[in-house]
Design a protein around this ligand. Structure first.
Ligand code: CP
Ligand code: NVA
Length: 312
């Protein structure tokens, strides 16, 4: 059985329209102010949270968030499930959607989560794929808005791997929020052209702008928000040595921070590698908002779950 078309999934950032993104961010703020007031999972109804890959923040924030929404977090390590032994994604979806209110999945290929959604009658949420990390972006935008009071018109510079999940999500979600998103990366690590185009199309509607820049100095100049991520994403461990030299000029160090706006804030989705993509003095300094960002995973994902459940 294929899913009814009205089921709302969140597989990539642009599954929320610009208006819906603001709605979710507003709800996240409300949920942050009143942690236990919203109980859409009362019963408790369960949410399956499946991990094909390691996680600290995503695991903890979904587990706590689902519990705070009145539900039961069913955390599944794929390695010890039949999915990890080759049971099909379609059959897994057909079993989970009979018992769970939603399915949250961290996996590798975007095609895998799309297949799960195609066979699920309950909402499927992307908890990171190789292509996108959209839950992280809701938390990041909530954090920026808390510290800056707005999103539209701000310049957000991401320095690092322009081809990874975080860069792609900054492009799509930042554009939806009406931001000027600059991706600064080595030439060989540019964003996917199709995603860059899609983000440009969204930005054209919201008054935002997206750019890919290979000069790290130009990228950080005057930015309101600096963001980075590991140079070595999960699954790329064998590229660690090859990536060191090209990525070194794209570190967020004290010089990069000094070239940004005087009141710039610094984001990092974590885990961080001090002395590589970010200097200890920056991540542990006064411009860093990374701990607020990590906390906001909880509030943002609660709002997101409430939104997709209500709209499905
Ligand atoms: N930022 C993030 O997704 O962290 P985890 O990999 O620890 O979940
Ligand atoms: N780009 C990183 C994000 C980790 C949260 C990765 O995919 O490993």
């Amino acid at each position: 059985m294929t899913r009814p078309s009205r089921t709302r999934h969140f597989l990539r950032d642009d599954d929320l329209s610009p208006t819906e993104l603001i709605e979710v961010l507003d709800l996240a703020d409300v949920m942050k102010a009143k942690r236990y007031a919203h109980q859409p999972l009362a019963g408790p109804r369960s949410v399956a949270v499946i991990f094909d890959r390691p996680s600290t923040r995503t695991r903890v924030s979904f587990a706590n968030g689902i519990a705070e929404l009145g539900g039961y977090p069913l955390i599944i390590d794929a390695q010890v499930s039949q999915l990890g032994r080759g049971e099909s994604i379609a059959d897994t979806a057909r079993v989970l959607d009979r018992q769970c209110a939603a399915i949250v999945w961290r996996t590798s290929g975007q095609d895998r989560i799309e297949e799960m959604a195609a066979h699920s009658r309950v909402p499927v949420v992307n908890a990171l794929t190789d292509s996108y990390h959209p839950c992280q972006l809701v938390a990041d935008l909530q954090t920026v808005r808390e510290h800056k009071g707005r999103l539209a018109g701000l310049t957000l510079t991401y320095l690092g791997d322009g081809a990874n999940n975080m860069a792609h999500s900054y492009l799509l979600a930042g554009a939806a929020a009406g931001m000027i998103v600059r991706i600064g990366s080595p030439a060989g690590y540019a964003p996917d052209a199709e995603i860059l185009n899609r983000a440009a199309g969204i930005a054209a509607q919201t008054g935002g702008r997206v750019e890919h820049i290979t000069d790290p100095h130009a990228a950080v100049d005057g930015a309101d928000v600096l963001a980075t991520d590991t140079w070595i994403s999960m699954g790329q461990e064998d590229e660690t040595t090859a990536r060191s030299a090209p990525f070194a000029p794209f570190a967020i160090d004290e010089a990069a921070l000094a070239a940004a706006a005087g009141d710039a804030i610094v984001l990092h989705c974590l885990p961080a590698y001090r002395g590589r993509e970010i200097a200890a003095a920056v991540i542990d300094g006064p411009s860093s908002v990374v701990w607020d960002e990590a906390e906001n995973r909880l509030h943002a994902q609660k709002a997101l779950l409430a939104f997709v459940l209500e709209r499905s």
